[in-house]
Ligand binder design. Structure first.
Ligand code: SF4
Length: 387
């Protein structure tokens, strides 16, 4: 094996100031080179010796050139994310950060320990898959037979991971992701880009690293930057109270939402079944909400506009006083009301078959209850019994 000439020349250029990257070390003192990898060491080399020795550690050299020359951007979120994509160590991860980086005990990422260069090169020949929300990302070599270190990236919906590429709509312009992410599979507008309702049937193939990050950001805005901030231990979280306090205009009322209602709101909107961001904001610093924040790989640093808009409605509704009503229901009808609320809350209404009259949220069961218990004004026959 031979190291590409430009890679060798780039290394020789940098050797006097020392090269240390991903297990490769090259130093030069008074015209003598030292070369080191985790398994080998060569000392006292002249240029010809160095060239020969470099051929024995080609993967380390082309890996160094890809990250330092092609990707660059040391310390940026873009670089860290591309490193994560191929399970390379992310050098600027803060081990004390909470959560402790992408290889924490979080969900399926727990098994994805960083790979050393030789193992990573083996894996990149087949492609390394990572999951980011509902996105499946594959990092692979451009030239599998004779890898020169150059990587490209493929991206598709996790549900399409086993699909034939010929069955998918193939794109290569990151801006197309914005349109794909606008509507769900039923054509309904997606107001929350991180809702788990991204439609499938598409693929981006052969993207450069820059284009991959741009595409991911069109699907899930700001997720890479916030993930990177968290990784470095400097995610700036705005909790509920501080966010609510700074609202003006029609949203000025949301700071009147009772403490317990904020918990109900987080349970309604921010759990994994509704949003793939992991909620890191709480009621206020030191006062955590009971609702589960979720297990997503990317954090949510402040209540989003969808939650703010919904909070306004709940703040108005919660300003009403509670009343006691009397209405007649059989036990089965009371159970049916619970079934109806559950089915709507879980988005299961469309899954209930018309013939399944055992399900309390069945359409015919609901229509029967309405026919029986609604009065002529179209509401439940209920009587207020308090003053
Ligand atoms: S506030 Fe809740 S629903 Fe909105 S992005 Fe954050 S976790 Fe998701």
């Amino acid at each position: 094996m031979t190291v590409p000439t430009e890679d060798r020349e780039a290394l020789l250029d940098r050797a006097p100031s020392g090269v240390a990257f991903d297990g490769l070390r090259v130093d030069e003192t008074d015209g003598e080179f030292t070369l080191e990898t985790p398994n080998d060491e060569w000392t006292g080399l002249d240029e010809a010796d160095l060239e020969e020795a470099l051929a024995a550690c080609e993967a380390y050299v082309t890996n160094w050139r890809y990250w330092q020359e092609t990707v660059g951007g040391v310390g940026t979120a873009r670089r860290a994310f591309l490193r994560w994509c191929e399970r390379a160590p992310v050098a600027d991860a803060d081990p004390e950060a909470n959560p402790p980086g992408p290889w924490s005990e979080r969900g399926e990422e727990a098994a994805a320990e960083p790979l050393a260069v030789p193992e990573r090169y083996d894996a990149l020949r087949d492609g390394i898959d990572r999951q980011w929300g509902q996105l499946c990302i594959t990092a692979r070599f451009v030239d599998v037979e004779n890898p020169d270190g150059e990587r490209v990236y493929d991206l598709w919906h996790v549900d399409d991971a086993d699909s034939d590429l010929a069955d998918l709509e193939v794109y290569d312009d990151p801006r197309d992701a914005r349109e794909i992410a606008t509507y769900d599979a039923d054509g309904r507008y997606r107001p929350l880009k991180t809702a788990p309702t991204l439609p499938g049937g598409w693929a981006f193939t052969g993207l450069s690293g820059d284009d991959l990050v741009e595409t991911v950001e069109f699907f899930y805005p700001a997720t890479v930057a916030n993930w990177h901030r968290e990784l470095r231990g400097n995610l700036d979280v705005d909790h509920w109270l501080e966010t609510a306090d700074r609202q003006t205009g029609i949203y000025d009322v949301i700071d009147e939402l009772p403490r317990e209602a904020v918990d109900w709101m987080a349970e309604a909107c921010c759990v994994d079944s509704q949003c793939l961001r992991r909620r890191e904001w709480e009621y206020e610093d030191g006062d955590d909400l009971d609702a589960d924040g979720g297990d997503g790989p990317f954090p949510c640093r402040e209540p989003c506009s969808l939650v703010i808009a919904a909070a306004r409605k709940w703040a108005i509704l919660e300003s009403e006083s509670e009343r006691t009503y009397e209405l007649e229901l059989t036990t089965s009808e009371l159970n049916q009301l619970e079934d109806l609320i559950d089915a709507v809350a879980e988005g299961q209404v469309d899954e209930i078959r018309e013939a399944d009259v055992n399900d309390g949220a069945n359409r015919y069961r609901a229509r029967y209850l309405r026919a029986k218990r609604f009065d002529e004004d179209g509401g439940l026959e209920a009587t207020q019994v308090d003053d």
